[in-house]
Design a protein around this ligand. Structure first.
Ligand code: 6GU
Length: 239
């Protein structure tokens, strides 16, 4: 997979190379290119924004630098991801879908957003997805792009050592993950639930599922309704 990032803060994305994606780069699974949008400006001040047509607060990112970047980077056929609080919510299933793509190009806006024509033009050459991390506002798309990158890259075949740990974690089965414990069995007078020490794999699986359902019903009832239809298990009331 090839990843391109168009940003006015390239240094912001440096940590990507340190964490999990860093290993994927070394292994050749991943190519990562961070670009400064200002490299495609031509004025002395390297201007990337201007005032909005129709008035209003803040600044809008100009179309021309993005257009030149698209040409030079040959985005044709790629999937262009625009990080914006007005996008569709980012989910595990969207991460899974994006992990099937050959090339992702991230457009990282600051200010009040990017001139709409940048997206409209990109849509004639590539698949454009406007994605939001959640219902809150960040200063820019860089942190969101890092989160999306981690969620997508760890799903690439050959990235994770243990395929089972991918299946068992939160959101893969539509439920939040059950609580986990390790040694010692007693710590500061707190006991590990007895069933986990029983060696009875069927009872352990039942207990974990019940815990996952309980946790989900308290913290994320919206998820429970979505997964209820497909679950053969009894729904346990929240405590
Ligand atoms: Cl993807 N971008 C920005 N700028 N703010 C956000 C967001 C994205 N998701 C939630 N808030």
């Amino acid at each position: 997979m090839r990843l391109d990032y168009l940003t006015i803060f390239p240094d912001y994305l440096a940590p990507l190379r340190l964490s999990l994606p860093g290993k994927a780069i070394e292994s050749g699974l991943l190519e990562m290119h961070v670009h400064d949008v200002r490299d495609w400006t031509h004025d002395r001040h390297r201007t990337v924004d201007d005032t909005p047509y129709g008035g209003g607060a803040g600044m809008v990112m100009k179309p021309e630098p993005f257009g030149e970047a698209f040409d030079e980077l040959a985005i044709d056929g790629a999937t262009v991801i625009v990080t914006t609080p007005s996008g569709v919510p980012f989910t595990q299933s969207l991460a899974r879908e994006l992990s099937t793509r050959e090339r992702l190009v991230f457009l990282l806006g600051r200010y009040e957003g990017i001139d709409q024509r940048v997206l409209d033009h990109a849509a004639t050459r590539a698949e454009v997805r406007e994605i939001s991390l959640g219902d809150y506002v960040l200063n820019g798309g860089e942190v969101a792009a890092m989160a999306i990158t981690e969620a997508v890259v760890r799903l690439l075949p050959g990235f994770m050592g243990n395929a089972e740990s991918l299946v068992e974690e939160s959101h893969e089965d539509g439920l939040l993950e059950y609580p986990v414990y390790t040694k010692p069995a007693t710590w500061r007078d707190l006991e590990v639930p007895k069933v986990l020490l029983s060696g009875d794999h069927k009872r352990i699986a039942e207990w974990r599922h019940q815990q996952a359902v309980e946790r989900t019903s308290v913290r994320r009832p919206d998820l429970l309704h979505a997964s209820q239809a497909t679950s053969e298990w009894e729904i346990v009331p929240a405590v």
